[in-house]
Design a protein around this ligand. Structure first.
Ligand code: PBG
Ligand code: ZN
Length: 325
């Protein structure tokens, strides 16, 4: 038989391979998560997340310049407060850690697009993502708190808010309060499809946000479920979310594809702390080539249908993209 069709034709050299690529990455779609904490002159490495740091507010601008130099256009801020209480009041305080970080970041690095994680777990003494009633998180009692947190972030300079608590109805609650206060143009990126996952381990160490008792299974999703992802995504679309996030990313590529096929909003994926830590650890052992693995896994997330990637490797990826990798 004569071989007329030869897929290898389009693989013969780097130029034709790049020309016919189906998936392209762009640094403008990367979001870099960063941790800010109380104190002065602090830049401390997070033990379980090599090369990721907690910064005091005064040290943040320099870190933002470094990210900008690498080609990163957007960051997502997480706050680590010095003190916590039952209702996480530090999360919506005018002089809270994220609010102060936002003001400095806006002033010193006005071109950086500032997104904030909206949640209570870093600020509550019990470490849960909402207000407790007995041993469970009270959904409806938590909603006004979340809306207030989001509003205080936006008032302090956040360009976008990203609620990660997984309460029902919070997108509607946040949208309504932002609009009432005139912030009609501030987008909400919803952690709509957020699974209860062991991949968050290093983050919880970094942010000191592990629950003091129990787990998050009564509000975050069960990883056995796929249709539920569509239910969650569609609810948040209806409630007025602007971007739908799937989290984690690498073990959830099927979910990213599913959601991307069903909705018309941009899809974001969060490649979480545990994914970062696994790659780092294996690379440190010499078992894998870190740069290649980072490019390959990021590409797989875009190929699955994500338009936006939140990753601790954002600076490295932005450089790889610039170098045409
Ligand atoms: C807060 C929050 C978490 C992450 C993002 N926002 C932790 C959690 O839900 O326990 C995880 C991020 C990561 O692991 O990199 N709710
Ligand atoms: Zn939380």
């Amino acid at each position: 038989m004569e071989l007329l069709k030869r897929p290898r034709r389009l693989r013969t050299n780097p130029l034709i391979r790049t020309m016919t690529r189906e998936t392209r990455m762009d640094a403008s779609s990367l979001i870099y998560p960063m941790f800010v904490k109380d104190g002065n002159g602090i830049k401390e490495e997070i033990p379980s997340m090599e090369n990721q740091y907690r910064y005091s507010v005064d040290m943040l601008p320099k870190a933002l310049y470094e990210a900008a130099d690498a080609g990163v256009k957007s960051v997502m801020l997480f706050g680590i407060p010095d003190s916590k209480d039952e209702c996480g009041s530090g999360a919506y305080a005018e002089d809270g850690i994220v609010q102060r970080a936002l003001r400095i970041a806006k002033r010193e690095c006005p071109d950086m697009y500032l997104i904030t994680d909206v949640c209570m777990c870093e600020y509550t003494s019990h470490g849960h993502c909402g207000i407790l009633k007995g041993d469970t998180v009270d959904n409806d009692a938590t909603l006004p708190y979340l809306a207030n947190i989001a509003l205080s972030h936006v008032a302090a300079g956040a360009d976008m808010v990203a609620p990660s608590d997984m309460m029902d109805g919070r997108i509607n609650e946040i949208r309504t309060l932002l609009d009432k206060n005139g912030y009609i143009d501030t987008p909400i990126m919803s952690y709509a499809v957020k699974y209860s996952s062991a991949f968050y381990g290093p983050f919880r160490e970094a942010a000191g946000s592990a629950p003091a008792f129990g787990d998050r299974k009564s509000y975050q999703m069960d990883y056995h479920n796929r249709k539920e992802a569509l239910k969650e995504a569609l609810l948040d679309v209806e409630e007025g979310a602007d971007i739908i996030m799937v989290k984690p990313a690498l073990s959830y590529l099927d979910i990213i594809r599913e959601v991307a096929n069903e909705i018309t909003l941009p899809v974001a994926a969060y490649s979480v702390s545990g994914e970062y830590a696994m790659i780092k650890a294996a690379a440190n052992c010499g078992y894998i080539d870190e740069d290649s693995i980072v490019c390959e896994s990021a590409t797989s997330i875009y190929r699955a249908g994500s338009n936006i990637l939140i990753t601790y490797y954002a600076k490295e990826l932005a450089k790889f993209i610039k170098d045409g990798r």
